[in-house]
Design a protein. Structure first.
Length: 255
C-alpha cells in the first residue's frame, strides 16, 4: 500500500482524509501492525483503480491467519470427519463443536480473534455441522460432562438457546447424547476430551487437543485404548432419557 500511496504523491494524512480513516490507522496497516478490513481493501481498490488487487491481498491475509489459528492436525481431522460412518465424542469442558449454536460458537472463537477471522471461523464451523444432518449422515454418539452444560460462557440467553439446540439434535435418529453427572466423581473422562472417527473402509482415528494443540492419532493400538476409554466413561453416563431430563433441568436453571 505504501508504494501505491507514494507513487500517487500522497502522504499518510492525505490518503487517510481521502478515504475517511485516521493517519494512525494508515501507519498501522503499512507497518503490518493491524489487519485491514475488507471494506478498507475495497476502498483502496476503488481509489487506486487496482482491479481487486487489495481485496485479493486482504483475502490472502485472512486465509493465512485463519489457518494459523487452527490447531495442528485439525484441518486433516475435519477432512476425515466428512468421510466417517461413525463418530464418538467425549467433551469435558465445552459443548462439542458439531453441537454448538452460532452464538455459542462466536463466544468461543471470537474473544481472541479479529472480526474477519472470527466470522470465518464461525462460518466454517456452521458449515461443518452439516455432516450430522446430510443424507447418509454418520451415526454419532456424544457424551458430555455435566460441567460443560453448566459453564456459562456467553450469558443466560445464549446458554438457553444452546441447551435447547442439544435437545433438538438429540431427537434425530442418528444422534445419541448422554451426560456424565457431577455426582460421578472421578471417572476416566476427567483425563480430557477426544473424538473417535470410524470408517467403512479405513482404520479408526482419534483427535484430541491439549492447551490449543491438536493431535490426530492413527496408531491402531493407541486408538484402541481410546475406544476402551470411551466405552468405560459411558458407563458413568446417565441413560439417554435421563440425560435429556438433566439437560432440561439445567435449561430451567438458566431462567
Amino acid at each position: 500500500m505504501a508504494e501505491w500511496r507514494s507513487q500517487a504523491g500522497l502522504s499518510k494524512t492525505a490518503l487517510a482524509e481521502t478515504l475517511g480513516y485516521t493517519p494512525q490507522w494508515i501507519s498501522q496497516v503499512e507497518a503490518a501492525k493491524s489487519i485491514p478490513s475488507k471494506e478498507f481493501a475495497e476502498n483502496l481498490d476503488t481509489y487506486f483503480k487496482t482491479n481487486g488487487l487489495f481485496h485479493r491481498l486482504w483475502k490472502r491475509i485472512i486465509d493465512t491467519r485463519y489457518q494459523a489459528v487452527l490447531p495442528p492436525g485439525f484441518p486433516e481431522f475435519v477432512e476425515r470427519e466428512v468421510e466417517a460412518s461413525q463418530l464418538r465424542n467425549f467433551e469435558l469442558t465445552l459443548i462439542y463443536g458439531l453441537l454448538q449454536t452460532e452464538n455459542y460458537i462466536r463466544a468461543v472463537v471470537g474473544h481472541k480473534q479479529d472480526p474477519d477471522t472470527a466470522d470465518r471461523l464461525v462460518a466454517e464451523r456452521l458449515k461443518r455441522q452439516e455432516v450430522l444432518t446430510r443424507e447418509n449422515a454418520p451415526n454419532a454418539w456424544f457424551t458430555l460432562d455435566e460441567s460443560a452444560l453448566r459453564r456459562d460462557i456467553a450469558g443466560p440467553d445464549v446458554m438457553r438457546e444452546q441447551l435447547q439446540h442439544i435437545l433438538t439434535l438429540g431427537e434425530r435418529s442418528n444422534i445419541s447424547i448422554d451426560v456424565v453427572p457431577l455426582t460421578a466423581r472421578y471417572y476416566p473422562g476427567l483425563t480430557g476430551s477426544f473424538t473417535i472417527l470410524s470408517f467403512l473402509n479405513a482404520p479408526d482415528v482419534v483427535y484430541g487437543e491439549i492447551a490449543g494443540q491438536g493431535m490426530l492419532i492413527q496408531d491402531p493400538r493407541t486408538v484402541a485404548r481410546f475406544a476402551v476409554r470411551y466405552n468405560s466413561l459411558r458407563g458413568d453416563a446417565l441413560r439417554v432419557e435421563e440425560s435429556r431430563n438433566l439437560i432440561k433441568n439445567v435449561l430451567e436453571e438458566y431462567g
